[in-house]
Design a protein around this ligand. Structure first.
Ligand code: PLP
Length: 307
C-alpha cells in the first residue's frame, strides 16, 4: 500500500474572483505522494492492491515516451519493491528523456514497439506474446483506466467537498472524470476539460460507463475547446498562462493536463459561465514530472519542482 499525504484544498485569492462573486480552490493532489502524485495515486491504488493480492511480482503497462502513467507505474512498483515493464510507443531515442530516465532509474524495464504493434495492445495474441517474452505480469491498460482505477478515483472527493457547486478536472482517458461523477453529490456539476482534440470523448464516456456499469446521473459537462491544438500540443497563450498562474498563486501546473483545465476554468470565469456565489473546486491532478520532459522536447522553460 502507498501511504497518502493529507489532501488540502487551497483557496485562491484574486480580484477577478471577488468581482465575479466566486470562490476557487485547488485540490492539491499533486502533493498526495512523493513518488506517485496526482490522480495516478488513485488510479493505481486498487490495481496495486489487486496485483499484490494475486501475488504478482511484475506490473506491465503501455504508454508514450513522456507519459505520466508510465512514470507513475515505475515509481509505484519501486515503492512496493516489485518489478515493472513499460511498453513504449515508438523507437528508442538516446539520451532518454527525463520521464523514461526517471522510470529506468526506478528499475522499469523498457520495451519499444512500433506504432502498428502498439495499437494491438488490447489484443489477446499480442498480450500472449508479451507473456512469452516477459513471463507473468499484472497488466494495467494504457492511461490506467479500468474498473479498479475508477474505484480509486471515486475516492478523490470527500464529505468536506460537498459545499462546492462545481468540480473541474482534466480529461485524458476520463477515468478521473468518471470517478468524480460516481462520488459527487446531487446538485454538484462536474466539469471535464478534454486535452484531446475532437468530440469522440462524449462517445468514449458513454461507452466506458456501459462497460463499467457507471451511474452518470450527476450533472456533468465536457468542454472540448480547451485543447490548445490537441494532445501534447500547446500554444504560447498556454505557456503564458502557466507562468502567470505560478507567479500569482505559487502553484506549478503542467502543459498537458492541469494547465489546459485551469486556463479553461479561468476563461469561463471571465465569460461569466459561473453564476455569482458559485464555489469551484479544481482538481490538481499532478503531472509535474512532465514539465521537464516538455522543456527537453521543446526548449520552452516551465516552472518545475526543483529536486
Ligand atoms: C493521466 C492524467 C490525467 C488524465 O486522467 P484520466 O483519468 O486519464 O482522464 C489528468 N491529469 C494528469 C496530470 C494526468 O497525469
Amino acid at each position: 500500500m502507498l501511504r497518502p499525504n493529507p489532501i488540502v484544498n487551497q483557496p485562491l485569492d484574486h480580484p477577478l474572483l471577488e468581482v465575479k462573486g466566486l470562490e476557487l480552490s485547488i485540490k492539491r493532489l499533486d502533493l498526495i505522494h512523493d513518488l506517485v502524485p496526482g490522480n495516478k495515486f488513485f488510479k493505481l491504488k486498487y490495481n496495486l492492491a489487486k496485483a499484490q493480492a494475486e501475488d504478482h511480482h511484475t506490473l506491465l503497462t503501455f504508454g508514450g515516451a513522456y507519459s505520466n502513467h508510465i512514470h507513475a507505474v515505475s515509481q509505484a512498483a519501486f515503492a512496493l519493491g516489485i518489478k515493472s515493464i513499460g511498453i513504449i510507443r515508438g523507437e528508442e531515442t538516446l539520451p532518454l528523456n527525463p520521464t523514461l530516465k526517471a522510470a529506468t532509474e526506478k528499475g522499469m524495464q523498457l520495451h519499444y514497439v512500433n506504432r502498428e504493434d502498439f495499437r494491438r495492445k488490447k489484443e489477446e495474441g499480442f498480450i500472449k506474446g508479451l507473456k512469452k517474452k516477459f513471463g507473468e505480469f499484472y497488466l494495467i491498460p494504457e492511461g490506467g483506466t479500468n474498473a479498479e482505477a475508477i474505484r480509486g478515483t471515486s475516492e478523490i472527493l470527500s464529505d468536506e467537498d460537498e459545499s462546492f457547486t462545481h468540480i473541474g478536472t482534466s480529461i485524458g482517458t476520463a477515468g478521473t472524470f468518471l470517478g468524480l461523477i460516481q462520488s459527487a453529490s446531487l446538485g454538484q456539476n462536474i466539469l471535464g476539460f478534454s486535452t484531446l482534440k475532437g468530440e469522440f470523448i462524449h462517445k468514449e464516456i458513454t461507452d466506458l460507463s456501459k462497460v463499467f456499469g457507471l451511474d452518470l446521473s450527476i450533472q456533468h459537462q465536457i468542454f472540448t475547446d480547451y485543447h490548445f491544438g490537441g494532445y501534447a500540443k500547446y500554444r504560447q497563450s498556454l505557456i503564458d498562462f502557466i507562468w502567470w498562474f505560478y507567479e500569482k498563486f505559487g502553484i506549478i501546473i503542467d502543459p498537458i493536463y492541469t494547465g489546459k483545465m485551469l486556463a479553461g476554468i479561468w476563461d469561463l470565469i471571465e465569460k461569466d459561465f459561473f453564476p455569482r456565489g458559485s464555489k469551484i473546486l479544481a482538481i490538481h491532478s499532478g503531472g509535474l514530472q512532465g514539465n521537464e520532459g516538455f522543456t527537453f522536447q521543446t526548449g520552452i522553460k516551465l516552472p518545475t519542482l526543483s529536486r
